[in-house]
Design a protein around this ligand. Structure first.
Ligand SMILES: Nc1ncnc2c1ncn2[C@@H]1O[C@H](COP(=O)(O)OP(=O)(O)OP(=O)(O)O)[C@@H](O)[C@H]1O
Ligand SMILES: [Mg+2]
Length: 230
């Protein structure tokens, strides 16, 4: 992906297996969100190809990829603020429902329960706290019947207890048979929920594999933490 003179992901080959939970970590500006933008069609890579379920999807639009089962939550949270959490999910379901009828893993009521929004389902989203706005976005993405979910900095701005609740939510989503890729800064979060982690630095992959092993990789400690242990 070239942005003017800057190139990210030159010559890299990255694949994600179904039914696994992957973590992406890396310093600010290392390319994490850009990777998500490429996977879900917000950006078309200047070179290279993207495959999903064995078929090339390079250049497809986000709405086309959403209908194929790629769900996404944003680093800068963007629910439909003038609607309630339930309405956010209902709009998403009514749009996605035409394309994935019969593939619903959960009802809208179950989604409200799962995302902790049951009691707030009828409050206008603009009045909710930041974590609940993020939950609303997660609910909206789940309502689209995803096969894979991309979470960008899912624990950002959360307190200790809320982080544990988010980890629980990730595990539950995975238990429903939805594959997950999560961008996250908190290593404990990655170690607890991820099968594998990929470490980006300046648009390259500097390490990948088992989170506990990767956390000890000197390249990661140096680049990501400036020498401090994870
Ligand atoms: N649309 C764009 N146009 C130009 N440059 C961009 C664009 N999107 C990202 N970049 C640049 O690409 C690099 C990677 O950005 P990206 O947002 O992917 O980083 P990140 O790893 O998600 O960082 P953070 O941890 O701060 O969220 C940065 O230098 C950024 O300024
Ligand atoms: Mg980012």
């Amino acid at each position: 992906m070239a942005f003017g003179g800057m190139e990210l992901f030159s010559g890299i080959n990255l694949s994600f297996e179904k039914d696994k939970v992957y973590g992406i970590i890396g310093t600010n500006g290392s390319g994490k969100t850009t990777l998500f933008n490429i996977i879900c069609g917000v950006l078309t890579p200047t070179h290279g190809q993207v495959f999903y379920e064995g078929n090339e999807v390079t250049g497809m639009k986000p709405w086309q990829l959403s209908r194929k089962g790629i769900g996404r939550c944003f680093q800068m949270v963007k629910p439909f603020n003038s609607l309630t959490p339930y309405e956010n999910a209902r709009v998403a379901r009514s749009s996605a429902g035409h394309y994935s009828k019969g593939e619903e893993k959960f009802s809208l009521d179950e989604i409200m329960e799962l995302t902790g929004l049951k009691d707030k389902r009828n409050i206008v989203t603009s009045e909710l706290s930041l974590p609940d706005k993020k939950n609303t976005e997660i609910a909206r993405a789940l309502a689209c019947n995803p096969k894979i979910m991309l979470f960008d900095e899912v624990s950002c701005g959360l307190s200790g207890e809320e982080i544990y609740a988010r980890m629980d939510l990730m595990r539950k989503i995975a238990d429903y048979g939805i594959s997950i890729i999560v961008i996250e800064h908190i290593m404990m979060f990655i170690k607890e929920i991820c099968d594998e982690v990929v470490v980006l630095h300046a648009g390259s992959i500097i390490s990948s594999g088992d989170p506990s092993v990767v956390a000890q990789d000197p390249k990661v400690i140096e680049a990501y933490l400036g020498g401090r242990k994870l």
